[in-house]
Design a binder for this molecule. Structure first.
Ligand code: HAM
Length: 412
């Protein structure tokens, strides 16, 4: 878990502002969801074969009344719960929503992988059109492009559906069983538990071994094959770079049909900047009516790591260029009044604090550290004559002027 200090907050601000702006431009509306849900939502939604469950990544609390609650490890199950619970099925369909906020997973900490991470998530609920898949993919992609990322590509796969996936898994298992002597123990275990995850293996030798494995794209039912072909056609119509990656299987159980990630140059395949896909069976898995859905989640810390690696520099926040300095007593009262009157007219202003008379040298040091351009000095003489002395810190002459000329002078 990390503290976000001011130097990094600039990056957060830029990412969140860009995400908000583009999400709105694509017609997504912001919502918020609670950080805690009943554990059962994730058992049924995210699934007990998912990484979050199998690797015991959830922060779960057993309540005194016997209920079990969990810090959200992801957003999608919560989105679907909120859709069902708030009667969104009776809103005009589809419902397009987005969110920004923290998620919690007890992962082994490593670069780009934290126990508290924040995600930008966008979801389209109540729509089966492959153009909806395209839209969430393009929203993610265009956020990274707007931020200044280079070398972006989509990794795309179809993960089939309950009609065609079991047949594919049987073929994959048969292939892997033929080569089981070459599988590392961890992959042997995956083969027993969830054969699709073997495709995801980073063990040495697996690239060669999997080169001959069957591809799910060749084993889709007609409905999934049509969906996949249309989505690819749309990506091509928009000239988007994508690779069909038959080894892209994602660690959450709810996916059907489309799964995708965005990879960026220099960040590495392991650190996908986002991941998402379609989850048409999720609603029924958590006890609702059938509601199709598609969306993605993008880790904000990951986006920021990528920005730093790619040399993207966020704009500095608009901090004061003006500081009001004084010598205590009556000059302090006048300084306080001046600082607030400047803020009132929209001039960002820093006020020097001092319980007693404070040396001008100390106030100048503070001004320099704070990147101030002009120090407005109120001494007893200035107060008596209703004047202000302006000391420029970036070069130029010190001037004393009538207090009522100050605002026009500063604005100029
Ligand atoms: P996910 O791939 O588990 O998918 O996470 C989405 C993104 O969140 C990842 O691509 C990564 O950027 C970031 N992320 C995940 N875990 C961590 C971590 N421990 N530290 C830092 N960043 C992390 C989901 O969560 C799905 N709910 C996405 C989705 C939305 N699918 C459909 N709709």
């Amino acid at each position: 878990m990390q503290d976000v200090l001011p130097e990094d907050w600039r990056y957060w601000d830029m990412v969140m502002t860009t995400a908000n702006r583009l999400a709105n431009q694509y017609g997504f509306e912001r919502i918020d969801l609670p950080i805690i849900e009943y554990t059962e939502l994730y058992a049924r939604g995210v699934g007990t074969a998912s990484d979050v469950f199998v690797q015991k990544e959830m922060y779960t609390i057993e309540e005194e009344d016997g209920s079990s609650i969990t810090l959200r490890p992801e957003f999608t199950a919560g989105f679907m719960r909120a859709y069902l619970q708030n009667g969104m099925a009776s809103w005009p369909q589809p419902v397009k929503l987005f969110i920004l906020g923290p998620n919690f997973r007890r992962e082994r900490p490593q670069a780009g992988r934290y126990r508290q991470h924040s995600q930008f998530n966008a979801e389209i609920l109540g729509e089966t059109d492959p153009a909806a898949d395209l839209e969430v993919m393009m929203l993610a992609m265009n956020v990274y492009r707007s931020l200044g990322y280079q070398g972006l590509t989509f990794q795309l796969n179809s993960t089939g559906c309950p009609v065609c996936r079991p047949g594919y898994i049987e073929k994959l298992k048969a292939y892997l069983a033929e080569h089981s002597d070459k599988l590392a123990p961890v992959d042997q275990e995956r083969l027993r538990r969830n054969a699709l995850r073997v495709l995801d293996s980073k063990e040495p030798g697996m690239d060669a071994l999997l080169a001959g494995a069957p591809h799910i794209a060749d084993n889709l039912c007609a409905d999934c094959a049509d969906h996949f072909a249309e989505l690819r056609g749309l990506l091509e119509a928009l000239n988007q770079p994508y690779s069909v990656n038959f080894r892209l299987v994602r660690g959450l159980d709810y996916y059907v049909k489309t799964v995708f990630e965005v990879w960026a140059q220099g960040i590495g395949a392991q650190a996908a900047v986002c991941g998402g896909g379609r989850y048409d069976g999720l609603s029924e898995a958590i006890g609702g009516t059938a509601v199709p859905g598609v969306g993605f989640g993008s880790g904000i810390e990951r986006i920021i790591l990528g920005m730093k690696e790619q040399g993207v520099v966020p704009p500095a926040p608009a901090l004061p260029q003006v500081m009001v300095a004084h010598f205590g007593g009556v000059t302090k009262q006048r300084a306080v009044e001046l600082a607030f009157s400047l803020r009132e007219v929209g001039i960002a202003t820093r006020l020097a604090f001092a319980r007693e008379r404070r040396s001008m040298k100390s106030q100048m040091r503070e001004a320099n550290r704070a990147g101030i351009h002009y120090v407005l000095i109120l001494g007893e003489e200035e107060v008596a004559k209703n004047q202000v002395t302006v000391r420029p810190l970036l070069g130029g002459e010190q001037v004393t002027m009538a207090a009522d000329e100050l605002v026009a002078w500063l604005l100029q």
